[in-house]
Write a protein that binds this ligand. Structure first.
Ligand SMILES: Nc1ncnc2c1ncn2[C@@H]1O[C@H](COP(=O)(O)OP(=O)(O)O)[C@@H](O)[C@H]1O
Ligand SMILES: [Mg+2]
Length: 481
């Protein structure tokens, strides 16, 4: 009987024997039976998610079968339980090396060496071009630096002659200063959050209903949803042309869903220092996890989540990878965190971000409908001297206009009226007729957006189509105008 067969036989007798599962998993790896290895370790993890060897075995099997980010998630779970686990750092080192990121690989390698001098991995050492001894030496000189001559400037020691590994440790401190603050953090009952709710947003009824169904109700009655096998938490992407209310809707979710609400401006997360952006991202997710159940809002995802293939060599790639890790960790850990993000360029997102378990669900936010346009126009009108306006006609004339387009119409009409007033020497209100005329001559910017989407989707073979039947409907309407 082959060794694998023997294990299978034994497992039939005691299918929940974790040590046996681990032995079988290792035997499968040795026989290059990756799939079987993964399922054996998965079974073990299912039985005991806090079992370090099971998690790390699974990480190894995943890495060997090409799923580096899955492997990273497992290693990070172990580190969450036990930050001093050298083996988990070695695993992360291998993951980063597999992803071509030697700097981070070396960082974790150093960390492992620091934690456990017997944590040896000769193959990894060779690949990293660095011996364990070097790692330890670098470390000793590091702590020597800090203790002996503080005033000579740690930066000189860090960035100076003795190079590589020193720099790494500077960059990846374990307890970094927390130098960003969430834009918004609200707990239930906070009076601030009630200021904006769906009532304040005109029209868009079907979008609101979708948000209630997918976001608000599940958070309100998680048990009920779970009983029916419906997910609570996860991630959702809002997309649509710019200026059509995505940011507004994200903000209004706070007024609708009574749970912790954390919103972060990406400008606060970005940091020019190498590695700091990733760390900030991690802290942001940690904060959300710590405050679960929580809605975590990331607006303007465009700037962060570009296609990794376009930014292969740059720092942004690490940031995207970090975001992928964080989202996987959320899913695996079954944390009650709902991530909401918005972008007006969904096609430029890294495809990996849209795979199952990440932003697999999305909500299209179309240009404002008639009701929404009337609300926006009336709001804009409050700021200007206006004569009689036939809102019905104006609303009809502005089909496909974004909030920004409507503002442009108002501003342009005000400018023309002002010019005339100056010529005549006396003022006059902006007329409804002028507003109509300006609107009819204006080409809404959303049209470019729909055309852009159409051409992207016809040119490139994208993994996922954003041109749903609903989007198509709006695109056709906008093309007719
Ligand atoms: N349905 C709506 N109701 C009220 N105002 C709206 C609506 N849609 C857009 N607006 C207006 O347009 C502006 C731009 O919307 P915003 O949410 O920033 O767009 P996006 O995030 O999609 O680019 C808002 O500040 C708001 O004044
Ligand atoms: Mg916005």
């Amino acid at each position: 009987m082959s060794p694998l067969k023997a294990f299978q036989e034994a497992l039939r007798q005691s299918p929940e024997n974790i040590p046996l599962l681990l032995l079988y998993g290792r035997a499968c790896l040795e026989e290059l039976q990756m799939e079987d290895a993964v399922s054996a370790y998965e079974k073990a993890v299912e039985l005991d998610s806090r079992h370090t060897d099971a998690q790390l075995g699974l990480a190894r099997a995943l890495l060997l079968s090409g799923d580096a980010s899955g492997a990273a998630v497992r290693a990070e779970l172990v580190l969450q339980q036990d930050p001093l686990c050298a083996a988990a750092h070695l695993m992360l080192s291998r993951v980063h090396l597999a992803e071509g990121d030697k700097t981070r690989a070396r960082h974790h390698f150093n960390r492992a060496a620091q934690l456990d001098s017997s944590a040896l991995d000769v193959g990894l050492e060779k690949d990293l071009g660095q011996t364990l001894l070097d790692a330890r030496k670098a470390q000793q000189s590091n702590s020597g630096n800090g203790a002996a001559d503080g005033k000579e400037g740690a930066s000189e020691g860090g960035f100076g002659s003795d190079g590589g590994s020193d720099l790494d440790d500077e960059v990846f401190m374990d307890e970094p200063p927390y130098d960003w603050r969430p834009e918004t953090f609200w707990m239930p009952g906070d009076p601030e959050r009630e200021r904006l709710s769906f009532e304040d947003i005109g029209g868009l009824e079907s979008v609101k209903e979708e948000i209630r169904r997918k976001i608000v109700y599940p958070l309100q009655q998680p048990e009920l949803h779970r009983a029916y096998g419906r997910p609570v938490g996860g991630a959702m992407l809002f997309y649509g042309p710019p200026g059509c209310g995505k940011t507004l809707l994200l903000r209004a979710v706070a007024g609708e869903a009574q749970c912790n609400y954390l919103s972060v401006g990406l400008h606060e997360i970005f940091d020019p220092y190498f590695g700091s952006t990733e760390r900030n991202l991690h802290q942001m997710f940690e904060t959300a996890r710590f405050n679960a159940p929580c809605v975590l809002v990331i607006d303007g995802l465009d700037s962060l989540a570009q296609d990794r293939r376009q930014v292969r060599e740059s720092q942004l790639r690490n940031v995207v990878n970090q975001l992928l890790h964080e989202m996987d960790a959320l899913r695996v850990g079954n944390h009650r965190v709902l991530v909401l993000a918005a972008t007006s360029q969904p096609w430029s997102l890294d495809p990996a971000l849209c795979r199952p378990g990440r932003f697999e669900q999305s909500i299209f936010v179309p240009p404002p409908d008639e009701k929404a346009r009337e609300v926006i126009l009336r709001e804009l009108a409050e700021e200007k001297p206006l004569g009689h306006v036939d809102y019905k006609a104006l609303v009809k004339a502005t089909e496909g206009f974004s909030g920004a387009d409507l503002r442009w119409v108002m501003d342009r009409a005000a400018e023309l009226t002002l010019g005339e007033a100056m010529a005549k020497g006396h003022g006059a209100p902006i007329t409804g007729a002028l507003l109509l005329k300006v609107a009819e001559e204006h080409q809404p910017t959303t049209r470019d957006w729909f055309e852009g989407m159409r051409s992207v989707e016809s040119e490139a073979v994208t993994e996922r189509s954003w041109m749903t039947s609903e989007v198509k409907k709006f695109a056709e309407r906008s093309a007719k105008r």
